[in-house]
Design a protein around this ligand. Structure first.
Ligand SMILES: [Zn+2]
Length: 551
C-alpha cells in the first residue's frame, strides 16, 4: 500500500470486530509505527491451534519503513504476538517498565531479546514524523497508557484499554487532566476502547471491590483460596494487604502468578507486608484461619492450580469443608463451561465458591458507557474511530460519539484491514481493505497452521478417519494384501462391521475399474467413492486415507 508523502494513514491489523489481536499501523510518508501487537486465544473449535496472531505480511513487505512498536499495556491481546513479529523487524519497543518486563519475560522464554525502551507517564518521545505522549490510565493491569500522538496531520488520542475510576486507589487513576490539556488545541482523531459500551453507567471501582473482599475476609473462618488474572497487580496488592490485616499468611501456587509477583516486586509495584508470605509446603502447619492461597486458574484452565485442586491432583492443596474459594475475575465467555466444571467440583469437595455473579468481587477494567462519554467529551475530537470490540460494540460506540457531539459522518466504524487516510487538505479517504485474515499458530510455536490443515483437524475430530490398506503386485496388478479398513473416531467397528465390509467391496470395484497401474489415480478414486459411500450410508464424512502400495 502506498500513500502520498503528506498523508496520514491508519491501518488496523486487528482488534476491530473482535476482542483480541490488537495491532495498528500508523503511517506518514516513509515512516510506520505500530501500536500494540496482540494475540488472541482461539475458541475451542480451532483444533490444536494455541494462539491466533494478526497477519503481518502486508506490514512486512515494507519492514524497512517500520520505526518502532509502541505498547499501551501488558495484556496478551496487546503484546502477545511480539515473539512472531520481532524476528522480522529489528526496531525499538516502547512501553512502561512493567509492560516491557512482561515482554522481556515472554521473549526470554524463546531465547529472544529486543531493544526495549521504557517510558514513564508524561514522557514525550519523537519517532520519525510522530511524537508520542504517554498518559496513565486505570485498567486491570498496572502501568497502562493512553497515547497522545502528534502527527503532521493533527493530534490523535489512542486510549488503549481504560476505565475512569472516579474514586481511584492511590496511583491508579486515569489522568483525564493530562488528556484534556493535550486535547485543548484540537484533536483530529480519537480512537477509544469499545468493550463495555453496552454496559450502562460506570464500572464498579476497585475501592468497592476491595470493600467487598474485606467483608468476605472478615467473615471467613476457614482457609481462603483466591484466583484472579495473574497480571492484575493492583488486586494482588489488595489481597496481600487484606491478608496481613486479618492475620493471615499468603502462599502462592502457579507459575504465572509467581513470575508476575516477582516482576512487580522487583519494580516496586507490589509491596508484600513483612512476614506475610509463606511457602506452599508450609501451609499445613498453620491454622485454617491463618491461610490465604493465591492460585492460578481463574478461567478453568485444565493445567492451572485451581483445576488441579478441584480434580484432587494438586500436590499440596486438598480441599476440605470450610474452604472458601474466591474467583476475583471475569468469566471469559469461551471458558464458561470449564470454569463451571471447576466450581461444581469444588462444591462437591465441600468448598464454598464466590464469583462475580454472586458477589461484587470483580470489576471490569474497561470503561462503561458513561465513562466512554466522559472520554469523548474530554477529547472533543473531529473524527472518532471505535477500537477494541466486536462489530456491534463498534457501531454502538460510534453512535455514542455522535450523541456526544462528533458529526455522525465522522464517527467511523472500521474493520480489521480497513485503512483510513487523513488528507493534507482536510477530510479523509477510506482505502480499499486489505485482507486481515489471522495467522493460526499451534503448540510447536513454529510456522502457522493453514486453513486446510485446520479443516482437516476439524474433520478428524468431528467425523473421524478411515484408513484403507491395500497392497498390489506391481507386475501383475493383482491384490496381494487387503483391502483392510481401519477406522479411528468414526464408527464403532464392531457395530458397523457390515458397513466396513461393504466399504471393502467399494474399494475392490475401484481397483477393478481403474486398475492399479496408476496408483495416484486409484487413490483418488478410492478416496472419492468411499467418501460418497459413507455419506450415503452413514451420513458421515470422515477423512479417508488410502494407503495403496505396489510391491
Ligand atoms: Zn487490557
Amino acid at each position: 500500500m502506498t500513500n502520498a508523502p503528506d498523508e496520514l494513514t491508519i491501518h488496523p491489523l486487528g482488534g476491530l470486530g473482535e476482542i483480541g489481536l490488537n495491532c495498528m499501523a500508523l503511517r506518514y510518508g516513509d515512516a510506520i509505527v505500530l501500536v500494540d501487537c496482540g494475540l488472541m486465544f482461539p475458541e475451542d473449535y480451532l483444533f490444536g491451534v494455541d494462539v491466533v496472531i494478526p497477519r503481518f505480511d502486508h506490514i512486512l513487505e515494507e519492514r524497512e519503513k517500520i520505526k518502532a512498536i509502541v505498547l499501551t499495556h501488558g495484556h496478551e491481546d496487546h503484546i502477545g504476538a511480539l515473539p512472531w513479529l520481532l524476528p522480522h523487524v529489528d526496531v525499538p519497543v516502547y512501553g512502561s517498565d512493567f509492560t516491557l518486563a512482561l515482554v522481556a519475560g515472554k521473549l526470554a522464554e524463546r531465547g529472544m531479546e529486543a531493544d526495549l525502551r521504557a517510558v514513564a507517564a508524561g514522557d514525550r518521545v519523537e519517532i520519525g514524523p510522530f511524537a508520542f505522549n504517554f498518559f496513565p490510565v486505570c485498567h486491570s493491569i498496572i502501568k497502562g497508557f493512553a497515547l497522545g500522538i502528534e502527527t503532521p496531520r493533527g493530534c490523535i488520542i489512542h486510549t488503549g484499554d481504560f476505565k475512569i475510576d472516579r474514586n481511584p486507589l492511590d496511583g491508579h487513576a486515569t489522568d483525564l487532566e493530562a488528556i484534556r490539556r493535550f486535547s485543548e488545541p484540537g484533536v483530529t482523531l480519537l480512537m477509544s476502547d469499545s468493550t463495555n459500551v453496552e454496559r450502562e453507567g460506570f464500572a464498579l471501582t476497585e475501592r468497592e471491590i476491595k470493600a467487598s473482599l474485606r467483608e468476605i475476609f472478615d467473615r471467613a473462618r476457614g482457609r481462603i483460596i483466591v484466583t484472579l488474572f495473574s497480571s492484575h497487580i493492583q488486586r494482588l496488592q489488595e489481597i496481600f494487604d487484606l491478608a496481613a490485616a486479618c492475620g493471615r499468611m499468603v502462599a502462592i501456587s502457579g507459575k504465572s502468578l509467581v513470575r508476575n509477583i516477582e516482576l512487580a516486586r522487583e519494580l516496586d509495584y507490589l509491596r508484600i507486608p513483612r512476614g506475610t508470605l509463606v511457602e506452599l509446603e508450609e501451609i499445613g502447619e498453620l491454622e485454617d484461619d491463618e491461610v490465604v492461597l493465591l492460585v492460578t486458574g481463574s478461567q478453568g484452565e485444565p493445567l492451572a492450580s485451581l483445576s488441579r485442586i478441584a480434580m484432587e491432583e494438586h500436590r499440596h492443596v486438598h480441599i476440605k469443608r470450610g474452604d472458601l474459594v474466591i474467583m476475583s475475575s471475569r468469566f471469559i465467555p469461551g471458558n464458561v463451561v470449564a470454569i463451571t466444571k471447576v466450581i461444581n467440583r469444588l462444591y462437591k469437595l465441600g468448598a464454598e465458591v464466590l464469583y462475580e455473579r454472586v458477589q461484587a468481587i470483580h470489576a471490569s477494567g474497561h470503561a462503561h458507557r458513561e465513562e466512554l462519554r466522559i472520554m469523548i467529551e474530554t477529547v472533543r475530537p473531529k473524527y472518532f474511530v471505535p477500537l477494541h470490540g466486536e462489530y456491534r460494540h463498534l457501531v454502538k460506540h460510534a453512535r455514542l460519539a455522535a450523541e456526544c457531539g462528533v458529526a455522525s459522518e465522522r464517527a467511523i466504524v472500521l474493520e480489521d484491514g480497513q485503512p483510513i487516510t487523513f488528507l493534507p487538505q482536510g477530510g479523509i479517504r477510506l482505502e480499499e481493505a486489505l485482507p486481515a485474515e489471522r495467522t493460526l499458530v499451534d503448540g510447536k510455536g513454529v510456522g502457522d497452521v493453514g486453513q486446510s490443515v485446520l479443516k482437516e483437524r476439524q474433520l478428524l475430530a468431528g467425523e473421524g478417519m478411515v484408513i484403507v490398506l491395500l497392497v498390489v503386485d506391481q507386475d501383475t496388478g493383482d491384490i496381494t494384501l487387503g483391502p483392510d479398513i481401519v477406522s479411528k473416531g468414526f464408527v464403532f467397528e464392531q457395530r458397523y462391521a457390515h458397513v466396513l465390509e461393504d466399504a471393502k467391496c467399494v474399494v475392490l470395484e475401484e481397483v477393478e475399474s481403474v486398475g492399479s497401474a496408476n496408483l495416484k489415480r486409484l487413490k483418488e478414486r478410492v478416496r472419492g467413492s468411499l467418501r460418497r459411500f459413507f455419506r450415503n450410508v452413514l451420513e458421515r464424512d470422515p477423512v479417508v486415507v488410502p494407503l495403496i502400495i505396489a510391491v
